[in-house]
Design a protein. Structure first.
Lengths: 257, 257
């Protein structure tokens, strides 16, 4: 009996040269037929940006032994669109995995994250999609502890095929892993600080930095799970409607001119 | 009796020179104390992108008579962050309005839209925020029909102050306006087509284009409201958790190594 191997698309936002994507490719190449399409440079914080005003470049590269791989000049979402339309020519994709991101995409970071936006783009196309992030920002991060869990999550998702919203946001804590919690996105906010300075030509500039502020002390959210050493898994989706508000906005329907 | 005028932040994604933002500034300057911070160039499709790898520039401009205005080198979300932190130095902002976008941000377009992402960024900060979009892509669009409705919506939101999710996505149809519907985001998907060509230096490139495919025939969504001549208002938010899925992902919590 021949069983068809699943077709798996790999992408990220840290760029095709980042250590995190290498770890992810090593995991999935044992599981399925893999195609890699990832940005040719770091694209952190690109959110769901797409490239409309410029042409996109796609270059075949030989970075992962035996794996069809391309670097793309665009955003993570562009990578998914090009993978689907140009490289795979609308062949079925069984799974899209994005990451492993260097740094957290828990809480509201999902909104800014190119890693998660790439996975969301695939999920919009009906493809089961997983974004993986490891809470160590360093490019020298040691992913050893993550690997068996990532492998197990991918196996389970492919086998059970239960992802009603087609998308999960997986964040992995540093250190010993207690287990896995399926939970909701924590409330939080970035408190920006802009470094103000003068450039060599005498012009002022502002450089964004900031601290994440976490004010959601309930026990059922992803940040709390991570604090307690759990891998957090948040089922996510692209319907941004705030359903509980619909009725309370009646007053806007009553506007008459 | 002196009543404090509301402080209103105006931004967009089509750039500070676009006709749509001029119309919006003209409307809100009758209502409140206005500050404009908008991109110095078109930023359509920038989604929730932020600029981390480069410095940002901010330049005071004199485009709107008597209104404090700045053009910014970054994305629409960068504009909101700079407005809040640098220009208004964390003063209270009573309302953020974004647009008027040239073209629809209904259905899933909210995800790709810089206009809506800017409004969402303000809502993340607890500011009542409204994104306005007009379903005419032309820079020669005639906004006359929109103006009284936009004015009335802004007045109502400022007066009633009922926006539980802090964010609404307002889309305005072309032609005669039947009324206003508060509704949910329609399901839909972009079907991309990439124009493949060879550049003058002999290298291949891909240029993204596409058609929007709308397969949500229910009557309670924004695209249907717009088809029927209504202004659609979708209360929106940044919690991407798909709550109904949490229980069905039990199988992932059971993973043991």
């Amino acid at each position: 009996m021949m069983i068809k191997k699943p077709r798996i698309l790999v992408t990220n936002d840290d760029g095709i040269l980042s250590p995190g994507i290498k770890v992810l490719v090593d995991i999935v190449q044992k599981i399925g037929d893999v195609v890699v399409v990832a940005p040719d440079k770091p694209q952190s914080g690109q959110g769901h940006a797409i490239t409309l005003e410029y042409p996109l470049r796609l270059k075949k590269v030989n970075l992962f032994k035996g794996i069809e791989s391309y670097e793309c000049s665009g955003t993570p979402v562009d990578c998914v669109k090009l993978a689907k339309n140009i490289i795979l020519k609308n062949l079925d994709i069984d799974l899209c995995v994005s990451g492993i991101n260097h740094g957290s995409n828990a809480s509201i970071n999902i909104i800014y994250s190119g890693t998660m936006s790439a996975a969301m783009e695939a999920s919009l196309e009906g493809i089961n999609s997983i974004g993986f992030s490891y809470l160590d920002y360093s490019f020298k991060a040691d992913f050893t502890n993550c690997i068996p869990y990532i492998e197990a999550i991918i196996y389970q998702v492919l086998q059970k095929c239960i992802l009603p919203s087609k998308l999960i946001n997986v964040n992995i804590p540093v250190g010993e892993i207690t287990g896995i919690k399926v939970c909701r996105q924590a409330k939080g906010v970035w408190v920006e600080e802009f470094k103000e300075a003068i450039d060599p030509r005498g012009q002022p500039y502002y450089w964004m930095t900031g601290k994440f502020d976490y004010h959601d002390r309930a026990s059922d959210n992803d940040l709390k799970a991570l604090e307690n050493g759990y891998i957090s898994i948040v089922p996510s989706h692209h319907d941004l409607t705030h359903y509980p508000s619909i009725e309370s906005l009646d007053y806007l329907e009553k506007i008459e001119l």
